[in-house]
Write a protein that binds this ligand. Structure first.
Ligand code: UD1
Ligand code: CA
Length: 467
């Protein structure tokens, strides 16, 4: 049976106390609504997923556009029932005969798994019910809609926390906000939802009672692991969701052969890939679409964002790598910074307090201490002495530095770009290089030392020290 999905993501999320729409807040490296779209993708094609947007609709749509979903606008947020009604047109386009299933998901439940959605679809497909609703039992159901079951164990009503009687508040079976309807029946009866007396909103949850009134059955699908159904309303729940998503990710990596020391301290985004036998030390952050090869060691406190690492790489502690590539066998850090499309060649060595920006370092090249290498092309086996600086910026423009293979740059050299240094040449320590250095040459770019023999002996005697 054809399945279409609507994801409600139009609300502001007042309880977040944020300028940003709730579904844009991030947990586990993705926005809340991205997680929901990913889970929904397991039960239907992307073009049968309709996301209802409202608050910061443009931002939400720009974010999700690349995923290939459809959108519907809910200009005024008049409740979850109204939000579904706003999506009627694109949902009809996705299922013109309305003979399929319609799943309703909320954009603020990021922990939902694909497996649970498949289970929901299976439960609905194999029953004669008008709808299936995922429920769970919570120790503290505060804030959630309570599910009222009839004698046969079917859902007779959903009562929102605010509207519940003291007796109903005792119910710990809650509405997860995840439903699967026979599309035809939902559209037939949704118009019977009336504004809530207290808030004036149209609650989707009223549909349970309405279906019952028309002799249609709503069945619960009880899920034991309630952690999957956490709805994010406050930043406390956001932190909790982040913790759970991070734990899922480290668990998945450990099961695939990655060693993670103190996994509760690391943050690894959803899409990150790590090869087998790599060791991740405590307090590491692997972000964005970072990929790490096999047999690497990622040192304590390292932050890798959209970094591509080959095999056998050592990232020593407190190193940052962003939007850059490190080739197999290289060693980087501690306290190094590699950024903006930098490339560290195979077996190269980068030491402490070295910054590489938009720079390519050839195979086996070394820059072990205290250097800034920007907009540079550095050949194989080059040795960059401590304190070397490429002066790539003249106050207006950035300029390039080129260093040929096998060159030796003495300590504390200043390379004023644009400048080219030939292969196998030497630059004397402390030089300021403003002109090209030919291959195999020695360049001295500093004033000659002057020694004055006996100078200190011939000085006038100092005034006697006070005793
Ligand atoms: C809702 C349910 C509640 C359930 C809980 C599960 C209703 C009336 N209540 O409560 O039974 O236990 O979720 O997490 O459905 N949204 C819109 N447009 C609107 C209003 C909301 O798109 O006009 C979206 C929000 O962006 C959000 C989702 O719907 O992603 C849920 O809204 P929220 O206000 O968080 O509902 P809850 O009070 O948590
Ligand atoms: Ca919610």
């Amino acid at each position: 049976m054809k399945t279409t999905v609507v994801i409600l993501a139009a609300g502001l999320g007042t309880r977040m106390r944020s300028k940003q729409a709730k579904v844009l807040h991030r947990a586990g490296g993705l926005s809340l609504v991205e997680h929901v779209v990913q889970a929904a993708s397991a039960v239907t094609a992307r073009d049968r997923i309709v996301v209802v947007t409202g608050h910061q609709a443009d931002t939400v749509e720009t974010l999700l556009e690349p995923m290939g979903v459809r959108f519907a606008r809910q200009v005024q947020q008049k409740g979850t029932g109204h939000a579904v009604m706003c999506a009627r047109e694109p949902l009809h386009e996705a299922d013109p005969k309305q003979d399929g299933l319609l799943m309703v998901l909320y954009g603020d439940t990021p922990l939902l798994s694909a497996a649970t959605l498949k289970q929901l679809r299976a439960a609905q497909t194999s029953s004669d019910a008008a709808a299936t609703l995922i429920t769970t039992t919570l120790d503290d159901p505060t804030g959630y809609g309570r599910v009222i079951l009839d004698q046969q164990g079917n859902v007779s009503a959903i009562v929102e926390h605010k509207d519940a009687t003291p007796e109903q508040l005792q119910v710990r079976v809650i509405n997860s906000g995840i439903y699967c309807f026979r599309a035809k029946l939902l559209w037939k009866y949704i118009t019977e939802i009336h504004p809530n007396a207290a808030s004036g909103e149209l609650y989707l949850t009223d549909i349970a009672e309405i279906l019952n009134r028309h002799g249609q059955r709503v069945q619960p699908l009880h899920v034991a692991d309630s952690s999957e159904l956490l709805g994010i309303n406050t930043r406390i729940e956001l932190a909790e969701a982040d913790r759970i998503l991070r734990a899922r990710k480290t668990r998945e990596l450990m099961l695939s052969g990655v060693t993670i020391e103190r996994p509760e301290t690391v943050a690894i985004d959803a899409q990150v890939r790590v090869g087998a036998d790599t060791v991740i030390e405590p307090f590491v952050r692997l972000l964005g679409n970072t990929a790490v090869g096999e047999d690497c060691r990622i040192g304590q406190g390292a932050i890798l964002e959209s970094a591509a690492l080959g095999d056998r790489i050592v990232i020593a502690p407190y190193t940052m790598v962003a939007d850059s590539r490190i080739d197999p066998g290289a060693q980087v850090g501690p306290f190094a910074r590699i950024r903006m499309q930098a490339q560290v060649g195979p077996e190269a060595r980068i030491g402490n307090f070295v910054e590489l920006k938009k720079t390519r370092l050839g195979a086996g090249a070394k820059s072990q201490h205290l250097a800034y290498l920007g907009d540079s092309e550095i050949g194989e086996r080059v040795n960059i002495g401590a304190g070397t600086i490429t002066c790539n910026y003249d106050g207006e423009k950035k300029h390039a530095t080129k260093i040929g293979a096998g060159a030796f740059i003495g300590s504390n050299s200043t390379l004023v770009a644009p400048v080219e240094i030939g292969q196998d040449s030497y630059v004397a320590a402390g030089s300021v290089i403003t002109e090209a250095v030919p291959s195999h040459a020695l360049a001295l770019g500093r004033s000659r030392q002057v020694n004055k023999p006996g100078w200190n002996k011939n000085r006038k005697p100092k005034t006697a020290k006070k005793s």
